[in-house]
Write a protein that binds this ligand. Structure first.
Ligand SMILES: Nc1ncnc2c1ncn2[C@@H]1O[C@H](COP(=O)(O)OP(=O)(O)OP(=O)(O)O)[C@@H](O)[C@H]1O
Length: 975
């Protein structure tokens, strides 16, 4: 062999995992590989050439020695598996002899050995189990030919199947298993082999004692390549268990059958409320499947409250054993809520296990019906209460009735009193008893229902109520037994009906008699109503104006915009009083004042407009006239004052006469003082301010009060005069403010006071200084608040009255003497007018004399024309404590006494009359006449020359054209 190969072999041997040594015939080492060195615990080089027995005298045990020698002697290969003490390990030795010596291989088999020993031990143990097991066990060898051969069975197998080992060991399954079962058995074996899993099946097996049902379990045994080499089979006899099971199934079925046939839902729970059993009825009412709830508590399916209720009851019954019947609700899976009555009882079995047995009754519909009934009853009662409908059921035999609460309330019965026929009669209004009786009898006779309205006096308060009664008779076997009826309190409705009628009549009357025009227009602009006044005003008939749509025929087209704007403002509540022109049927435009108001329904929605229309034609005409007259008068005044200046010397009365331009009826004056008074009067008259007239008695305060009223805007309303000093103290309040009937002894009827009479107009409180102190606050109150309190009345009344007060007393002194309230004085003293005494305005005297002479000439059919200068001078010089009244009285007396044309004034005629003053001369007091006379006299003086240097127009201070106008107006022609 080539050296190269030798070294390669050496290397290989050196590195193999087995130990290798070679010995020569002298038992000396010739080669030791690495592994052998490791096993022996020596360096290989240290052993080469050394004798094995000297080197390891103790280590090599007897079996080695024998084996080595045997190999050397016999030259045959020796095998030895032995334990090598020094290393504590097992070695498998293979000893090959040759001529040169021995080659020894040794493999460490310690691990294998241990494993094998364990297996052996296990096998022994298994064998014991195998043999001692009651269950028959068999082991089959799986042959390649798909044959299964019994290679081992245990004693039990032999015993039970009554077979000897000989009869079965090494026999094929085909020979043992009966034909019938063979294919099944083979199929199962194959399954086990393929799936490498244990397979079980049930089979009948002919035991020694007879045929038995058994479960056969087959487990595959796999080799290292996972191939199934053996099958281990165990046979379990389950005959008895089967029987027992069948018995249980049978009895359970029986029980189940019974339970399921019970209509009421039944359940059995364990002590933790888990459902163990439920019947079909249970599943049905809760719409549940048995399989979904068995073993569960139902807690997941119901509401938390319901859960806590049934849990606590379950617990209580389980622990106490006291039966429980409870009504509860169950809402399964959020579906319909069931109301159930559940009876729960406890059952304890032989093993002391506690169970809960429940029987349920579904009372949902009953409960619902009950609730419905309750609801109905409640709502019926409620409805009765709201509609004020009471009901009664009268037993015709006993003549007593059961009545509802509302009935008792309406009739005023207390809860304990029983309604009887007699009682009903005492309650019913006597007027209505006969008719009610008649209707009731007819109702009983004919079976007809009745429906009538009548009045009652309530039992408790004898309060009058209107009743609407409905009723019918209930018969049993043709006999009227009960009378059932309802009553409704319709008093409010009746009252409203009556009130409505009254209100309707009233408003119709009002509309008809209203002087102002009236139109009602809905939101669409349709005319809903007009009154006669509007028709008269516009000249259209009611038929022409009703139901038509705006613009209405009395709206002139030029006013459309303004009228629409007015309605808009009314809707917005910005304004409600407007002025524009309307048009009459004949096309004539006329000014109107329109006051519009929205008409609202009960919810405050505007549904229509209500407009009152006032024709201002006459008023405006009058205003124009006044303006015109004022204008003319002021022109005349200017002219006349010029004349007056010039002619002062000629006629001392002229100025006085000229002042008459401010004359008021029956009032004459000639003095500048009185003229001033009148201009004050004019200033204040048009306002509503309180006026206080101060002046001595007889100075003309009342006349002036009348003048104020007359030229005020209230002139078409009354002026009421109260003389405060003339009314007895105790009557003054009722005189002023009115009183209610019975408010004091003697007040036999209502009396309207002066204030109320003067509403809208003026109240003249003459002699206010004499007003009793206790009355003064009441007047003050009116002046402050504009309201009065009627004696014996309730509440106050607002009035629109202008006050003019007059007094001849010095009020300031009265205040100091505490006879007059200062606060009232301040309120009255808003616009004081002081009327000077006659002695301080002597310029009035001649005119007053003339005025009174004229008055009494008429009254006493006299023709007095003159008064002597001396008498006049005396009259002027007199101090006139009684003022104008005294003068008037004096002239009256004088007129009566005077028998010729000259006025003889007693006491004033001391000297014979030298010159006579012509009363007539100045008698014509008309402005035109005075102007006429004056202009004529100037014209005469100028020789009827109107214009130019010496013309009358210059003397008169007038333009020639104005003079001409005046002359033609006054009818002045050259004489
Ligand atoms: N300027 C006048 N022109 C015509 N008559 C007059 C004038 N002033 C007063 N009289 C007359 O004098 C009388 C007294 O006037 P009146 O009653 O108005 O005075 P008085 O101040 O109210 O008196 P008393 O304070 O006494 O009530 C009346 O008849 C009235 O007509």
């Amino acid at each position: 062999m080539e050296k190269k190969f030798i070294s390669q072999i050496d290397f290989t041997i050196d590195n193999i995992s087995d130990g290798f040594v070679s010995l020569d015939n002298d038992w000396c080492y010739t080669f030791i590989n690495k592994k052998a060195g490791e096993f022996l615990g020596r360096k290989p080089s240290s052993l080469i050439g050394k004798n094995i027995w000297t080197e390891f005298p103790d280590g090599v045990g007897l079996p080695f020695y024998h084996a080595y020698y045997k190999a050397a002697e016999t030259q045959e290969t020796q095998y030895l598996k032995d334990y090598y003490e020094p290393l504590g390990r097992w070695f498998d030795n293979r000893i090959y002899p040759s001529k040169e010596g021995l080659s020894i291989y040794f493999t460490d088999i310690t691990e294998n050995k241990i494993a094998k020993d364990i297996i052996l031990q296990k096998e022994r143990e298994l064998n014991i189990i195998y043999e001692t097991l009651i269950q028959p066990i068999f082991i089959l060898k799986v042959e390649e030919t798909n044959q299964f051969k019994f290679i081992s069975v245990n004693n039990s197998f032999l015993n039970i199947l009554n077979i000897s080992e000989k009869e079965i060991i090494n026999k094929s399954i085909n020979d043992i298993v009966p034909e019938l079962s063979l294919s099944l058995v083979l199929g199962k074996y194959k399954d086990a082999i393929q799936s490498k899993k244990t397979i079980q099946w049930e089979e009948t097996i002919p035991y020694k004692t007879g045929v038995k049902t058994a479960i056969i379990t087959i487990s595959p045994l796999l080799d290292s390549k996972e191939n199934c080499t053996h099958l281990v089979g165990i046979i379990y006899d389950i005959t008895e268990r089967k029987k027992a099971e069948e018995q249980i199934v049978k009895s359970e079925k029986y029980l189940e059958n019974i339970i399921n046939n019970i209509g009421d839902p039944i359940f059995v729970k364990d002590d933790q409320s888990h459902l163990l059993l439920v019947n079909d009825a249970f599943c049905k009412i809760f719409k549940l499947e048995k399989k979904d709830i068995i073993g569960k508590t139902l807690a997941e399916n119901v509401t938390p409250e319901e859960k806590s209720i049934f849990f606590s009851i379950d617990k209580q019954v389980i622990s106490t054993g006291v039966e429980n019947i409870n009504e509860e609700t169950l809402t399964i899976n959020n579906e319909e809520t069931k109301i159930i009555s559940t009876k729960k009882t406890r059952f304890i079995d032989d093993n002391n296990n506690k169970y809960l047995i429940g029987i349920i009754r579904d009372i949902t519909s009953r409960k619902q019906a009950e609730l419905l009934l309750q609801e109905n009853e409640k709502s019926l009662l409620e409805a009765q209460k709201i509609a004020k409908i009471g009901s009664y059921n009268l037993n015709l035999k006993t003549q007593t009735a059961t009545t509802s609460i509302t009935f008792n309330e309406i009739v005023g019965l207390d809860a304990n009193s029983v309604l009887t026929f007699d009682l009903w009669r005492t309650i019913t209004h006597p007027e209505d008893i006969p008719n009610n009786q008649k209707v009731l009898e007819k109702c009983i006779r004919t079976g007809e229902k009745f429906d009538l309205e009548y009045k009652i006096f309530t039992k408790n308060k004898r309060e009058l109520k209107w009743i609407h009664g409905l009723g019918e008779v209930i018969y049993s076997n043709g006999e009227a037994i009960n009378f059932f009826g309802t009553i409704q309190d319709i008093t409010d409705r009746k009252k409203i009906e009556l009130d409505l009628k009254y209100a309707k009549d009233f408003s119709e009357g009002l509309i008809l008699t209203m002087a102002e025009g009236l139109a009602i227009v809905d939101l669409k602009g349709i005319s809903l109503d007009v009154n006669k006044a509007l028709c008269d005003m516009t000249g259209f008939t009611k038929e022409e104006l009703l139901g038509i749509k705006a613009p209405f025929p009395y709206w002139p087209s030029e006013s459309y915009e303004e009228i629409n704007l007015a309605f808009e403002k009314t809707i917005k509540g910005e304004d409600n009083r407007f002025h524009f022109n309307f048009m009459r049927k004949n096309g004539e435009r006329f000014p109107v004042s329109l006051c519009a108001k929205p008409l609202k329904d009960k919810d405050d929605n505007t549904v229509a407009f209500f407009a009152t229309v006032q024709d201002l034609t006459e008023q405006i005409k009058a205003e124009h006239k006044i303006i015109q007259a004022n204008l003319e008068l002021s022109n005349a005044n200017i002219e006349l004052s010029a004349l007056r200046n010039q002619l002062e010397q000629e006629n001392i009365y002229l100025r006085n006469e000229l002042d008459l331009v401010f004359n008021y009826e029956e009032m004459v004056y000639g003095s500048a003082e009185f003229s001033n008074v009148l201009s004050e009067v004019e200033k204040v008259a048009l306002t509503s301010a309180t006026v206080l007239l101060l002046g001595e008695s007889g100075t003309g305060k009342e006349l002036l009060a009348r003048a104020v009223h007359k030229i005020s805007l209230r002139s078409n309303k009354p002026l009421i005069k109260v003389n405060c000093s003339a009314i007895p103290r105790e009557l003054i309040e009722s005189e002023l403010f009115g009183h209610k009937k019975g408010s004091f002894t003697g007040a036999s009827s209502d009396k309207i006071g002066k204030f109320e009479l003067a509403d809208g107009g003026t109240l003249f409180l003459d002699e206010i200084g004499e007003l009793p102190l206790d009355m003064q606050p009441k007047i003050l109150r009116f002046l402050q608040e504009g309201e009065i309190e009627v004696v014996g009345g309730t509440g106050t009344r607002k009035l629109d009255v202008r006050i003019i007060a007059a007094t001849n007393r010095n009020l300031k002194e009265a205040i100091e003497k505490k006879q007059f309230r200062e606060d009232l004085y301040f309120r009255l003293n808003v616009f004081p007018i002081v009327i000077p005494p006659l002695r301080e305005r002597i310029d009035d005297i001649p005119l007053l004399v003339e005025h009174f002479v004229d008055k009494f000439n008429k009254a006493y059919t006299k023709n007095i024309k003159y008064i002597s200068d001396a008498a006049m001078a005396k009259l002027k010089a007199y101090n006139w404590p009684g003022n104008v009244r005294e003068l008037e009285n004096l002239i009256e007396r004088a007129s009566i006494l005077s028998n010729d044309e000259t006025l003889v004034i007693p006491g004033f005629e001391t000297e014979p009359q030298k010159s006579k003053l012509s009363i007539k001369k100045t008698k014509n007091l008309s402005l035109d006449a005075i102007q006429r006379n004056h202009i004529v006299s100037v014209l005469e003086r100028c020789d009827w020359k109107i214009s130019g240097p010496n013309g009358a127009s210059i003397l008169l201070g007038l333009k020639p054209s104005t003079l001409r106008d005046k002359m033609s107006k006054l009818g002045i022609k050259k004489q």
